[in-house]
Write a protein that binds this ligand. Structure first.
Ligand code: URA
Ligand code: ZN
Length: 400
């Protein structure tokens, strides 16, 4: 469609103004707050694993003498300011970003009506940001600079969610939705809950793919008590996150979601987590399971491999050749894998870091793509942008 080698980032987040005001107003997770040792530096607290360090920071508020960093992460302008997003893109040669609200989205809003209103505002603000960026770069060739994946109010009544989905296609820059693994309501019933099916049907009908993204990770019984104070964010983010998404995908598969909604398309964050490596083991467990063999008795069962090749796409946010090769193998070809950065998470921590310098997280991932597919190769071009333009329809910014 476009001959230039466009670089598209499909895994990149923001917190629009309505959402940040909401986080600033809260005193429980997720929240934005400051600490007496750094009163001018607001921090973003998102994860359960950050709670023990929050308790420690609050119990000895005067100083941060233990050497332990303050809880959460600094709320830099990269999380909130579209100009910072565009500057980051320029700096890394990214021509288009498909921006999504970052975790934990609207899952925590117990009042479904409020969730519905916040979703409408956040999606409206996302479209506004994309349209403004497009207007400011009117003469450029190729896809607009920004598109977005909408947020769904998962705690709102089903009818409210269903009525919102067709409206998303009226936004010129909306190309799908971002979804957590939790399912509907506050009970975390999961994406294999049959109550999700009308939503999946509506998304398929509107041709809006789901970007499935983790937030909840693994419990302390697996990660260990106080993982944050011993090992920082490594275990929740590197292992807990991708395992969570993998389990969600396999639950959807086992529940028959993909057969029931053949038009559904799902993009799995972090290169499919452990699914590319463990899909064979899932298959073996299915055919050796009394319950499942009875359930699938006499039915044409599509294997997990088939579903991966027909209804699943993966991002390329895995930072290694081994991970990228597994991702490509799992989905049956390079045409189903798309580059991403996870910006603004994983900023450089180096004291010497200055604005304008390349981010190590992007460099690592870009290098993994280059080494896996070969610099300048057709495969590299597809993963870096060609696939995203085709799969997400970025060639047109008109309503679909
Ligand atoms: N990446 C995300 O998308 N969210 C986090 O909380 C951390 C890393
Ligand atoms: Zn992310």
């Amino acid at each position: 469609m476009f001959s230039q080698p466009y670089i598209v980032d499909i895994h990149t987040h923001m917190y629009p103004p309505t959402y940040i005001s909401l986080l600033r107003s809260r005193t429980t997770l997720p929240m934005v707050r400051t600490f007496p040792s750094a009163p001018k530096e607001p921090r973003l607290l998102l994860l359960e694993s950050e709670l023990p360090s929050l308790e420690r920071a609050l119990s000895s508020p005067a100083a941060n003498t233990s050497g332990e960093p303050l809880p959460g992460r600094p709320l830099t302008k990269h999380y909130t300011d579209p100009e910072a997003k565009l500057a980051f893109m320029r700096q890394h040669g990214i021509t288009t970003s498909v921006v999504s609200l970052a975790n934990p989205w609207l899952d925590f809003l117990e009042d479904g009506e409020e969730a519905g209103k916040v979703a409408e505002e956040v999606n409206r603000e996302m479209e506004e940001m994309c349209s403004k960026a497009a207007a400011s770069q009117q003469n450029r060739e190729g896809p607009d600079p920004l598109f977005f994946l909408a947020a769904l109010p998962t705690t709102a009544p089903l009818e409210a969610i269903l009525s919102l989905i067709p409206k998303l296609s009226q936004y010129a820059h909306c190309r799908g939705i971002i979804l957590s693994t939790s399912g509907l309501g506050p009970s975390h019933s999961g994406l294999d809950d049959p109550a999700m099916l009308p939503i999946f049907h509506a998304l398929a009908a509107a041709q809006l793919p789901i970007f499935l993204h983790p937030h909840y990770g693994l419990p302390d019984s697996v990660l260990g008590q106080n993982t944050q104070s011993k090992y920082g964010h490594v275990l929740p983010l590197a292992i807990g996150f991708p395992v969570e998404t993998s389990i969600a995908l396999v639950r959807m598969y086992l529940a028959g979601v993909f057969d029931t909604v053949p038009g559904l398309r799902v993009i799995i964050a972090h290169a499919g987590g452990v699914v590319p490596f463990l899909a064979g083991r899932v298959e073996s467990c299915v055919v050796h399971d009394e319950l499942l063999t009875k359930k699938f008795d006499n039915q044409e069962r599509r294997t997990l491999w088939q579903v991966l090749r027909e209804q699943v796409y993966l991002d390329a946010v895995v930072y290694s050749e081994v991970g990228l090769k597994a991702a490509v193998e799992a989905v049956g070809g390079v045409e189903r894998v798309m580059f991403g950065t996870d910006h603004p998470f994983f900023p450089p921590v180096d004291e010497k870091y200055r604005e304008g310098m390349e981010w190590e997280s992007v460099r690592l991932n870009r290098e993994a793509v280059r080494k896996t597919f070969g610099e300048g190769s057709e495969e590299e071009r597809l993963v870096l942008g060609g696939n995203a333009v085709r799969i997400l329809g970025l060639g047109s910014n008109t309503t679909r």
